[in-house]
Design a protein around this ligand. Structure first.
Ligand code: AMP
Length: 487
């Protein structure tokens, strides 16, 4: 049968997302608790937020564009979301228009009752599955890959909801941590490689699932454990049932969560993110030390690594750049033009500290090079004599297809240029990135096990541990839109 054409929609939004997820079960004021959790996870997604609650009789949904505080800051909204069980989601879709119909959690009425689902990660065969489902008559309402899971649950032959979720997830490939709320249970799942984080906490008689431990802290909840890679937990009737429905794989947690994405005060997979970042800074100092007057972080993401660097190199640490906290992360800005402005909106050089100094500038990553170029210029024009840039990750040479937004390889400065060329382009006197083995050492490993890497580091190595079924040309392409015309 020839392929059926797919209509193009009215927006060009993109399914590629970085997100924060939260779920709570059997705790009074579920919506208010979820809003707090999402607020703590705001760094994982700032474009939209949503909460679904269940009050023992029916589900309630509120979703909106913007920050958590903009959408869930009023008592009136929280009052309309009664129930002791809830899930929530922060969305960070990075290109195209953000439209309300894509804001999670997604909710649907099934033969077995209602189910809401919130997902962090990126499915790598959602497009292929979606094509099949559309041929079979499924009607899609959004362009998120999460909706594919909804349809697979709906069309599953199993009667029990947990069996249906397992059946659906066995068909998808990719990186996902997800929470799902049914009428009598909260379900949490991590993909077989455990690429994205998810942890379990306890609050009184109830439980919490969240992307990071900072979402437990804000609620005064106790950390119980990480949900394991490939594990599905069902919270119901005061119990936590653990299932391992998938084939076992060696875990490949995302290394970039430690470098940049997770909050420094979070405990992720047994490690404190702040500590890891400081150790990366110390490794970086050992690998690429240069005499200087000051170590200056690019705030906020470069701060812990710069502290580790300064301590190791025994060079004074100073806030030579000050960040304005009333602007979001630069990367979120949709166009190049705005992104260029964004760096200035966000950072200002602290002239008093920099004048006449030889400065080691520490940042976490260079993606397109836009930020570094502006910052180096800014530090130099504030009077610094020399500017040496040190980066607490290896060069980003490959795009991520597992839920961290990165531009296509063509836009990645390190995919196109070697280190001396990048140093020239951004105007630094010298430039060094941490080595991949140095990074692994900072994480407590002897180095990268090249036969069986301990983390997913595809953005630095091009070693993609999960099949890229939907992607045109594998590592060279970006996520295909779910709405692209069929071939
Ligand atoms: P660029 O200007 O494109 O080189 O971006 C580099 C800056 O963006 C760094 O200072 C990082 O802190 C930040 N960054 C890196 N990766 C991401 C990401 N996936 N999402 C948001 N910000 C990022």
């Amino acid at each position: 049968m020839p392929p059926m054409p797919m209509t193009r929609p009215f927006d060009e939004d993109h399914p590629h997302e970085e997100c924060g997820i939260f779920g709570i079960f059997n705790v009074a004021d579920g919506a208010a608790r979820t809003a707090l959790g999402l607020h703590a996870l705001q760094h994982r997604g700032q474009e939209a937020a949503g909460v679904v609650t269940f009050d023992g009789r029916q589900f309630h949904v509120h979703r909106g564009l913007g920050h958590v505080a903009d959408n869930f800051g009023s008592e009136e909204v929280i009052r309309k979301l009664p129930g002791a069980s809830a899930i929530g989601h922060n969305r960070y879709a990075t290109t195209g228009e953000t439209v309300l119909r894509n804001v999670q959690p997604l909710f649907a009425e099934f033969a077995f009752g209602g189910l809401a689902i919130a997902h962090n990660g990126n499915l790598t065969n959602a497009y292929a599955i979606r094509r099949g489902l559309v041929r079979r008559g499924c009607l899609f309402q959004s362009t998120t890959d999460t909706e594919v899971i909804i349809h697979l649950i709906a069309t599953s032959p199993f009667s029990d909801v947990v069996d249906r979720v397992i059946d659906a997830l066995k068909q998808v490939e990719g990186a996902y941590s997800l929470v799902a709320l049914t009428q009598d249970a909260l379900i949490g799942v991590r993909d077989p490689l455990g690429v994205r984080p998810l942890l379990l906490g306890r609050l009184g008689e109830g439980h919490i699932l969240a992307s990071e431990s900072c979402a437990l802290d804000i609620n005064g909840a106790e950390f119980v454990r990480d949900v394991e890679p490939g594990e599905l937990v069902v919270l119901r009737d005061g119990r936590v049932d653990s299932l391992k429905p998938f084939h076992r794989h060696p875990a490949r947690f995302c290394i970039f969560e430690y470098i940049y994405f997770a909050r420094p005060d979070s405990q992720v997979e047994g490690r404190n993110v702040y500590e890891v970042r400081k150790r990366i800074g110390a490794e970086l100092a050992r690998e690429s030390h240069i005499p200087a007057d000051l170590v200056v972080p690019v705030p906020d993401s470069g701060v812990p690594a710069a502290m580790g660097y300064a301590e190791e190199a025994r060079i004074p640490f100073e806030f030579g750049i000050v960040r304005n906290h009333y602007v979001g992360r630069t990367f979120i800005e949709p166009t190049d033009h705005i992104r260029h402005l964004g760096v200035k909106l966000k950072h200002n050089a602290n002239r008093g500290q920099l004048k006449g100094k030889c400065v080691i500038l520490v940042d976490d990553s260079i993606v397109r090079g836009t930020t570094s170029k502006k910052i180096v210029e800014m530090v130099r024009s504030a009077g610094a004599k020399e500017v040496h840039l040190r980066i607490s990750s290896p060069p980003t040479t490959h795009s991520c297809f597992y839920g961290i937004d990165t531009p296509s390889r063509a836009e990645l400065i390190a995919a196109q240029n070697d280190v001396p060329a990048i140093a020239r382009m951004i105007g630094a006197d010298s430039l060094s990135f941490i080595s991949i083995d140095g990074l692994y050492r900072a994480l407590g490993e002897a180095g990268r096990d090249h036969r069986r890497p301990q983390f997913c580091d595809a953005c630095f190595s091009g070693d993609y541990p999960i099949a890229l079924t939907d992607f045109d040309g594998g590592s060279t392409a970006r996520q295909l839109s779910l709405l692209a015309a069929e071939d």
